[in-house]
Design a protein around this ligand. Structure first.
Ligand SMILES: Cc1ncc(COP(=O)(O)O)c(C=O)c1O
Length: 284
């Protein structure tokens, strides 16, 4: 097997060369962005949408990559065909760059890495998971920044509610989970998903479009006060697809198992992803 290669700025390099300088403001101040997509078998799912969001996050932080989107995409295909890792995750990172004074950003450094990816075990998809509420709103939430300080800091307290992840709430509103978006099915079978002060998930958008074929989907504020009306919930993201949620803190949703609408959407989304895989085609 070939040794693994990563992208460093404009070239494929050995893994050991994928490093940033100690004076990089990503390291010193947490100033940087990333994006993450995955291969379904050999097909890079939603690659264009992830690259678009990566450049949008960069622009919002006034970080300008030294290569254009098309060049990055080409380099990624090169990396995929060298590494040959079906089902893996691809992480694009853009740092603030080396700083002359430890504060002002410099020339952004682009690193693209590839990693083995595992979904939660099938039993979690069958039985659902629990989330724990955490009062938090991600700073500059529309940007996929590298800052996950709050989630990582609080992670050990998840055991309080035997939860697998945090669900952020802020000033009475439910926002998103640490690395996924959230959807709720209400007692009248309408679907709600928060729209503001969140990361606009690529899977979130695809799932809204899919769900609209059969259901009413409302994008807007979801208040904590609505919790008693919630019958089903699920989180969505690149590393989750659709993962049912059956508990929030100690509040059990519905009968405590994944509801019928969630299960239908899970099934439909598998089909959407299979179609998507065929559309994208194998990368090598
Ligand atoms: C904070 C946050 N929200 C939502 C998502 C889900 O986004 P996507 O569906 O594009 O993976 C992520 C993904 O990592 C995330 O970090």
């Amino acid at each position: 097997m070939n040794p693994l290669k990563y992208i460093v700025n404009t070239e494929l390099k050995d893994v050991a060369d994928a490093v940033v300088h100690i004076s990089d403001v990503a390291l010193l101040r947490g100033y940087g962005i990333f994006d993450f997509f995955r291969l379904q078998d050999k097909a890079p799912l939603y690659i264009d949408q992830h690259i678009d969001r990566f450049y949008r996050s960069a622009q919002l932080l006034r970080l300008y990559p030294s290569i254009k989107k098309e060049e990055l995409k080409q380099l990624i295909y090169e990396m995929l065909s060298v590494n040959k890792m079906p089902g893996s995750g691809i992480r694009m990172v853009l740092t603030g760059g080396s700083s002359h004074n430890g504060f002002d950003p410099g020339a952004p450094q682009l690193l693209v890495t590839q990693e083995v990816l595992h979904f939660a075990p099938p039993t979690v998809y069958e039985n659902g998971t629990g989330l724990m509420l955490l009062e938090h709103q991600r700073e500059l939430s529309e940007i996929k920044s590298i800052n996950y300080l709050s989630a990582i800091y609080h992670w050990p307290s998840l055991s309080t509610y035997n939860a697998s992840d945090f669900l952020y709430k802020h000033q009475g509103k439910i926002l998103e989970a640490t690395r996924s978006n959230i959807f709720f099915v209400m007692d009248d079978e309408s679907i709600y998903t928060p729209a503001k002060d969140i990361l606009s998930g690529i899977n979130r958008r695809a799932i809204i479009n899919m769900a609209l074929n059969n259901f009413e989907v409302n994008e807007g504020s979801v208040l904590l006060a609505m919790l008693p009306r919630i019958k089903e919930a699920f989180i969505t993201g690149t590393t989750k697809k659709i993962l049912p949620v059956v508990r929030i803190d100690d509040h059990v949703l519905g009968d405590g198992s994944p509801g019928k609408i969630t299960r239908k959407l899970m099934e439909d989304y598998e089909k959407v992803l299979t179609l998507r895989k065929e559309e994208e085609g194998p990368a090598w």
